[in-house]
Design a protein around this ligand. Sequence first.
Ligand code: ZN
Ligand code: CU
Length: 485
Amino acid sequence: MHSGNADRPQGVLLRGGTVIDGTGAPRFTADVRIEGARIVAIGAGLVEEGAWVIDATGKIVAPGFIDVHTHDDYLAQSAPRMLPKISQGVTTVVTGNCGISLAPLVHANVPPPLNLLGGPDKYIYPTMAAYAAAVDAARPAVNVAALVGHSTLRVAAMGDPYRAATAAEQARMGELLREGMAAGATGLSSGVFYPPGAAADIDELALLAGIAGEMGGVYTTHIRQEADQVLDSLDEAFITARRGRVPLVISHHKCAGPQNWGRSVQTIAHIDAARRDQAIGLDCYPYIASSTVLRGEMVDGIIDILITFSVPHPEMAARTLADIAREWQCTQREACERLQPGGACYFQMREDDVQRVLQYPATMIGSDGLPHDQHPHPRLWGTFPRVLGHYSRDVGLFSLETAVHKMSGLSARQFRLADRGEIRAGAFADIVVFDAATVMDTATFEKPNAQAIGVECVLVNGAVAYRHGNVAPSRHGRFLRRPGT
Ligand code: ZN
Ligand code: CU
């Protein structure tokens, strides 16, 4: 690879690739010319003058992928090369999902699940503006769009966040959210599945969703329950978003637990019916296991549970809970208690449900990767190549054009990321070049920290950010402020 200014010449010309433009339209062969941060021309035989020419013959040229569901809030600063993401062709991450965002909150020892963002002591940003400035100063390899987390707002505004909020506390949450939105946040997220978010009623959620909506944002939610009460929980999300007049995104949609396997037929029909009256999108990761903090009530003795980290027992990461319980000669529930605080992968979904959700036209791809786990779920490193290589190419679940759309054009539209997610003149040059024949995830539950193959080159804001398996020395990601802020 070149050195010197080769990662940022006057322009870049991607020569002779097969363009999949992110809109879902059929592929075509063309050169793509980039000047500065933007795409300036797409067509045959574009002039090379002043450009660094990259041969893309035989390769797919697509919009850089948008990981709409991440917990990379702190990673963008602690490891700004963002290797797990850039190596998949991801050029933008949406942080702050599931109700937990690093800002706005100053706290020395946050409770779970807020500790998923790199530990209990990483909360040092009193405002979203301060967080945005820190991201810009760190210059991560990929762009960052941030949601404001509802659980973070609760911890910031309430002495005891595990109870109903008073009117004054809700007003304070509203103020903090307004500051975040004014500083450019993309919207509000909630995670009412977990305490402390779970202590909120629908009035509190609708009040805050309304502020996000009024200021031009979106509302994403990890719904109250994804198991037996999944339909009621979806209804709560629909009503919240309707009352708040805000576009809704259902996070990592799933039907959890053996007794609910197969119910995605119902849930998708339910979502489809609601979409006639309101804007609803979904995100999904391409695996049958979920992953989050250790939670006793998820230990049912039936599903397999793999430990991803344990503060008191770090040596137990990468082992199953059943195995640990056997060694300790106790029940799985007891073993779970002794491992706290910790995290796990829960094999709680079935393949047909995962495929049905992935295939649904309003579903975007989001990894939900947990970058600070000792032994993370493989979705952190594998999500996007797995959808392209496994589900599109090998399983034939949908065309490559559809796969790309679900990770770029659709995502940019649903999250209102201006001039991202498409290959067109005038759009930002966030671009991935990959080999459709070989692209594949290599991360597994046994060996999760593994770089995908087949991703040849990634450009972020017009600069080469990743090539031949290496991250470029200079990074060009930005904090993406919502249009108009
Ligand atoms: Zn979640
Ligand atoms: Cu999440």
